[in-house]
Design a binder for this molecule. Structure first.
Ligand code: GLY
Length: 365
């Protein structure tokens, strides 16, 4: 028997620039052309982004081939939409020398990234996130995917962007509900990694909700630094990256059970309250800390309760189907204190018994 020792990179090259500023969108095509001078360009965006005028700012002549997702949002985040994107690219004679430009929120970025991961075995993608949730979280880190009819992101891959361009002016096009909900990912970053950042958010909450440019730039940079450091340490979510799921385990279940009536950030806010109750139940944190966290969530107009239309059993069933579940039960990320995740045996997500979750759920109604 002959043994061959073939070395392949363990993970894809993960270094890429993140460019943050105000009014960058009109210069973004030049940035993409400078980085990919010999590549064809293909834009993936959605109808809301187009109607908000952002597509026109990126591509004023309108002559770059594109796919516009319609309707916008989670209901279009399906494998069928990805097939349509791929087929549109084939119809436009796109080859492997094409870069996809994802202009939009988390669902656009996830779908465009997934299409880039699978088109002719993989082509580059540039992420231009236009929402608070995408700028804080989903555009950085290479997670791409689409939902099945059963669960969120059932199809997916890690496909890191070649570049991320964050124009905080694009946030001015969001309605208040979407804008505020996306800020939960910034609160999450502060809670898991950086107590000073939490203080900063707390003391600047009025400026944040008023969308002050300097504050938004500061927040965008802070988010990207935190996210990049976690992704650098653990690109494929073997351990530390799980911390980014703080509030997301119960949050995702609530989001799916609401049929996406609740926004991602709203669901994660409920998940953060749930995590706080579990922490209290396990005597990890005191009530004063939770009051402080709940106060920030309330100031961002986030819900703290699971809608009455969703049963506790539905949540339990969805937790069992969580894509990160092991033996049909997920691990949970919990805080030791603001800015620090409670690790056991160096694990950032830990076992929490189903009984304890069943005991906690009624307190969320
Ligand atoms: N959104 C969580 C992560 O990127 O790992």
């Amino acid at each position: 028997m002959k043994e061959l020792n073939v070395k392949v990179p363990a993970v894809q090259e993960t270094s890429y620039p993140i460019i943050i500023g105000s009014g960058l969108l009109s210069k973004a095509m030049k940035m993409v052309n400078d980085k990919f001078p010999r590549y064809a360009k293909f834009i993936v965006s959605d109808i809301c982004v187009a109607n908000a005028g952002l597509l026109k700012t990126l591509d004023p002549q309108g002559n770059i081939p594109k796919f516009i997702i319609n309707p916008a949002g989670e209901q279009s985040k399906t494998i069928q939409t990805v097939i349509s994107i791929v087929e549109q690219m084939e119809k436009a004679y796109m080859g492997r020398d094409t870069v996809i430009i994802a202009l939009g929120g988390g669902t656009v970025g996830d779908m465009a990234g997934f299409a880039a991961a699978i088109f002719k075995r993989g082509i580059p993608v540039v992420q231009i996130p236009t929402t608070t949730v995408a700028q804080a979280d989903s555009s950085v880190g290479g997670k791409t995917g689409v939902d099945s009819t059963i669960s969120k992101n059932a199809f997916g891959s890690f496909h890191h962007p070649a570049m991320v361009i964050i124009d905080i002016q694009t946030l001015m096009t969001l309605d208040d509900r979407q804008y505020m909900a996306g800020l939960i990912e910034s609160v999450k970053h502060a809670l898991i990694m950086d107590a000073e950042y939490f203080d900063f958010i707390e003391s600047n909450i009025e400026n944040i909700t008023a969308r002050k440019t300097e504050i938004l730039e500061a927040i965008a940079e802070k988010n990207c630094r935190i996210k990049a450091s976690v992704v650098e340490n653990d690109p494929t979510e073997k351990n530390q990256r799980r911390a980014l799921n703080y509030g997301h385990t119960i949050g995702h279940a609530v989001e799916s059970a609401s049929n996406f009536d609740l926004l991602h950030g709203e669901s994660v806010a409920i998940g953060i309250v749930a995590a706080g109750l579990i922490e209290e139940e396990m005597s990890l944190a005191d009530n004063a800390q939770h009051k402080r966290i709940r106060n920030i969530l309330a100031r961002l107009n986030m819900p703290a309760k699971i809608p009455a239309s969703i049963s506790q059993q539905q949540i339990i069933e969805l937790l069992k189907r969580d894509k990160k579940a092991i033996n049909s039960w997920p691990k949970f990320v919990l805080l030791e204190k603001i800015g620090k995740v409670h690790c056991i045996d160096n694990q950032w997500a830990i076992d929490v018994d189903e009984k304890l979750i069943r005991k906690t759920l009624p307190k969320l109604y």
